[in-house]
Design a protein around this ligand. Structure first.
Ligand code: ATP
Ligand code: MG
Length: 385
């Protein structure tokens, strides 16, 4: 049978009380934007579902796009008909005949109280039609096929297929965060997890040409194009970092270079974040993954900022991170063999327990504030959409 609409369910959103209206509006905007290349679609934005009406558009590509939109819990492929009991019976029968299985259950919701037959009676009328015309049996506990009927003011929806989507909150509801984006595996995954919570991201990248090649930027663009599935337009601020980095190696003991480098990154990230009205900075750090990610290191590094630092991956191990990276298609891009600035300048024995007074001793040896100011002034910002 030909589906007429896709019913979009909100899930977690449903618990959000009086903010719900704003959430739904934002979700509807995100959906419309993601589907802007399908001009025949129309939308019914209601308090408990959003309907995407297909108007003869093929449903498969639409479902694939909707599955990735944050804030959507599930999708049902529905047939919209007139609220007429004979039509409901016929549609239910036709639809269920296309399904595989031995048992079924009918559920019904009647929000249009003008419809003269109550839900239980609709079920009592529809089920016998199916029993009579198919070999299916009723199983109310674990049916192979669940047939749902929803009688609403604008018509009746009949459906059997429900598809799980990404869940989370609609992007935009949680404010904006500045994500530190390297070319590695971790930071794109951290980005995705934040987007799922409804956070809008801007990204900051520290580039050290000629030690890092322009190819890293291409890699970042490709990663961001994948992330565009979840947020349709993403800003990337590219900070020229070579001067600061070489200076760090001049003034500090090699074992402290990473600690100091990361403090500089954090300082810059915070300034750019504040300028762009971001409420926090975020990165792909995971506790203990490398020397600069021990709790001791994090404490000394994070000490230079006062915005919250969010580390969505802090408790995940690398295998779990890789699994998500593969799922969101960033893994293959991340493992392309281009150096990032951390791997090139990596010291042989980085400190796992850096001492603040030593860090400060080295930092006093150069005017890093001036260098930071210069780097920020030379920022190149691009938008990926
Ligand atoms: P990833 O795989 O994301 O690069 P990683 O395991 O290589 O992470 P590190 O290089 O130690 O870890 O960096 C930790 C985090 O710091 C990264 O996830 C990223 O958020 C940030 N970061 C590192 N290098 C850069 C960079 N050149 N520009 C922006 N952010 C960076
Ligand atoms: Mg890295």
């Amino acid at each position: 049978m030909k589906y007429t609409s896709i019913m979009v369910r909100f899930g977690e959103l449903s618990t959000k009380g009086k903010n719900k209206k704003d959430f739904i509006r934002m979700l509807a905007d995100n959906i419309k934007h993601a589907l802007k290349n399908y001009p025949d679609l129309t939308y019914d934005v209601l308090y408990d579902h959003i309907y995407v009406n297909l108007n003869n558009t093929d449903y498969e590509p639409i479902v694939n796009i909707l599955k990735d939109i944050s804030g959507i819990q599930g999708l049902s492929l529905v047939i919209k008909i007139k609220s007429d009991i004979d039509e409901i019976k016929q549609t239910a029968l036709n639809l269920i005949k296309e399904e595989k299985g031995y048992t079924f259950k009918v559920t019904c919701k009647r929000s249009d109280k003008r419809f003269p037959i109550v839900s239980d009676d609709i079920i009592r009328q529809v089920a016998p039609v199916i029993l009579k015309n198919t070999n299916l049996k009723v199983d109310v506990h674990q049916p192979d096929i669940k047939l749902s009927i929803e009688v609403r003011e604008e018509g009746t929806y009949v459906f059997t297929k429900t598809i799980l989507a990404s869940g989370g909150y609609p992007i935009g509801v949680a404010g904006k965060v500045m994500m530190m984006l390297s070319g590695g595996i971790d930071s794109p995954v951290a980005s995705y997890l934040l987007m799922k919570r409804g956070v809008i991201l801007e990204c900051i990248h520290f580039a050290s040409p000629p030690y890092t090649s322009e190819a890293v930027i291409d890699k970042l663009k490709d990663i961001l194009r994948e992330l565009n599935k979840f947020q349709y337009s993403i800003k990337l601020h590219i900070i020229p970092f070579t001067k600061i980095q070489t200076k760090i190696y001049e003034v500090s003991d090699e074992s402290y270079a990473i600690t100091i480098m990361r403090r500089m990154m954090y300082r810059i990230a915070q300034e750019v974040a504040s300028k762009q009205h971001c409420l926090a900075i975020a990165n792909g750090e995971s506790i203990g993954q490398v020397a600069s990610q021990t709790l001791d290191s994090m404490q000394v590094i994070e000490g230079v900022v006062n915005l919250p630092v969010i580390r969505p991956l802090c408790v995940l191990d690398k295998l779990e991170i890789i699994k998500i990276a593969k799922r969101i298609n960033t893994y293959e891009i991340s493992i392309r063999p281009f150096e990032d600035c951390c791997t090139i300048f990596a010291p042989k024995r980085p400190k796992t327990k850096p001492r603040l007074h030593e860090v400060e001793f080295f930092e006093k040896k150069f005017d890093y504030l001036a260098l930071i100011k210069e780097a920020i002034a030379d920022t190149k910002t691009i938008t990926i959409s």
